[in-house]
Design a protein around this ligand. Structure first.
Ligand SMILES: [Cu+2]
Length: 109
């Protein structure tokens, strides 16, 4: 069941790091060479559970809450975490489209 998330953003202004929950909370980034920076990054959501993503540019993560949690459900369908405080804030910066097998859902519009 192919499920993927597409991050659309201005690659001159932002990037995307996949991080764990601890790094997410503290806005700590992996090495720069692990950044996704094409402006249209496709991320495979193959395992269930929470996935954390942050922008590693300047203080976007800490100051602008440019961070995102995606919760992949057991049936393979991704769902945005409704409890994420980043939800509405990230929305204006990252345009994220999650394409599932049966539906294309736009979150963070
Ligand atoms: Cu950013």
């Amino acid at each position: 069941m192919p499920t993927e998330s597409v991050f659309n953003y201005d690659s001159t202004k932002h990037n995307v790091f996949k991080v764990n929950g601890t790094l997410f909370q503290s806005c700590t980034f992996p090495p720069a060479n692990e950044a996704l920076d094409t402006g249209k990054d496709i991320i495979q959501l193959k395992t269930e559970g929470r996935k954390w993503y942050v922008c590693g540019v300047a203080d976007h993560c800490s100051a602008r809450q440019m961070k995102l949690v995606i919760t992949v459900l057991g049936n393979g369908a991704p769902a945005p975490s409704p409890t994420s405080s980043a939800y509405s804030t990230v929305s204006s910066m990252f345009g994220v489209v999650v394409a599932a097998t049966v539906a294309i859902t736009t979150i963070f519009v």
